[in-house]
Design a protein around this ligand. Structure first.
Ligand code: HXC
Ligand code: NAP
Length: 271
């Protein structure tokens, strides 16, 4: 069941990096269920093939799985070329590929820091750049080409053990606003979705692996729970749809109020 009309992406082609992963596979599924033809890309072709079959089973769609490393511009150009060959163009880009591991700065090697910058930030730039010509054509054709960068809220507060991710996601947010500025005149919108802790994902398995750490984290979330992959996907669907056609350069936080957490006035504070 969707709160959106099931035909709102009919005729649109969406490319989703990280599309074999937990959140981005759900985004691809939701887009496919609303009529889009989707291309999912990440490094493991095997994982992508399974994901594409699951998406197609769930939606009756024709998801295409093309392996590429977002650090390799030529591989991304090949994804774009194949998408155009199969589906005729690109209307929507979701940049979701990312890498993360918790590590204090003192235990983070220069290569470890660089690796996350390369995957998250440079990967987002690379795919955005690789899709430019096709997005420009889509913007001229129907006036609503769109990019959504999957970011985070960790960087807003300098989350410890996440220096690499914080720097990368802050860079992505800067890129989101710059692309919105530069490409608005071409009818290419660029927005971000910033998830908080999302249940049943690789990200949270890495950052909050134990039942105890999970409960501790949950106690700090104003809405009292982790988010769902569907909630992130619905936010993305809104941002690529015509319902948000005057929105660009925005970063939509979908985190149950998590990053706003304040311990209140003291131990006796209650509501
Ligand atoms: C310290 C580490 C480390 C760790 C890797 N490195 N893991 N350093 N602590 N736990 C270091 C390595 O030692 C190496 O540096 C450098 O990072 C590169 O490691 P490789 O394994 O060679 O890199 P690569 O094969 O490219 O793999 C990238 C990766 C990996 C990011 C390290 O974990 C990966 O593929 N991740 C993809 C899936 C993922 O991370 N999903 C979570 C996304 S969720 P040296 O100097 O030793 O050679 C997310 C946000 C969640 O992003 C937010 C929740 C609120
Ligand atoms: P995930 O399942 O690990 O998804 C990450 C995806 O990125 C995987 O499909 C992975 O596939 C791909 N990827 C990694 N390195 C790549 C590379 N070099 N080239 C191409 N693809 C690459 O993680 P997730 O938890 O769903 O997170 C998805 C997005 O949400 C990320 O941007 C993350 O930062 C963001 N986020 C998640 C949370 C959360 O609670 N989970 C919170 C805030 C933000 P391969 O390994 O096969 O390449």
């Amino acid at each position: 069941m969707s709160i959106f009309k099931d035909d709102i992406l009919i005729g649109k082609v969406a490319v989703i990096t990280g599309g074999g992963g937990d959140i981005c596979k759900e985004i691809a599924t939701v887009f496919s269920a609303h009529g889009a033809r989707v291309v999912i890309t990440s490094r493991s072709q095997e994982r992508l093939d399974i994901a594409a079959a699951q998406i197609n089973d769930a939606t009756g769609g024709e998801a295409l799985a093309i392996a590429a490393d977002v650090r390799n511009y030529e591989e991304l150009q090949a994804v774009v070329a194949r998408t155009v060959e199969e589906f005729g163009g690109i209307d929507i880009l979701i940049n979701g590929a990312a890498g993360n591991f918790p590590a204090p700065i003192a235990a983070l090697s220069p290569k470890g820091f660089r690796t996350v910058i390369e995957i998250d930030l440079e990967g987002t730039y690379n795919m955005t750049r690789a899709c430019f010509d096709e997005l420009k054509k889509a913007g001229a054709d129907h006036g609503n080409a769109s990019i959504v960068n999957i970011t985070a809220t960790l960087q807003y507060v300098g989350t410890p053990f996440q220096a690499h991710v914080n720097a990368a996601k802050a860079g992505i947010d800067a890129l989101t606003r710059t692309v919105a500025n530069e490409w608005g005149a071409l009818n290419i919108r660029c927005n971000g979705v910033a998830p908080g802790p999302i249940d049943d994902t690789e990200g949270m398995r890495r950052l909050s692996p134990s039942a105890e750490s999970r409960q501790k984290y949950m106690n700090t979330i104003p809405l009292g729970r982790y988010g769902t992959k569907r909630e992130i996907s619905d936010a993305c669907l809104f941002l690529v749809s015509d319902a948000s056609r005057y929105t660009t350069g925005a970063i939509l936080v979908v985190d149950g109020g998590s990053w706003l957490y304040s311990p209140g006035l003291g131990p006796n504070a209650s509501i």
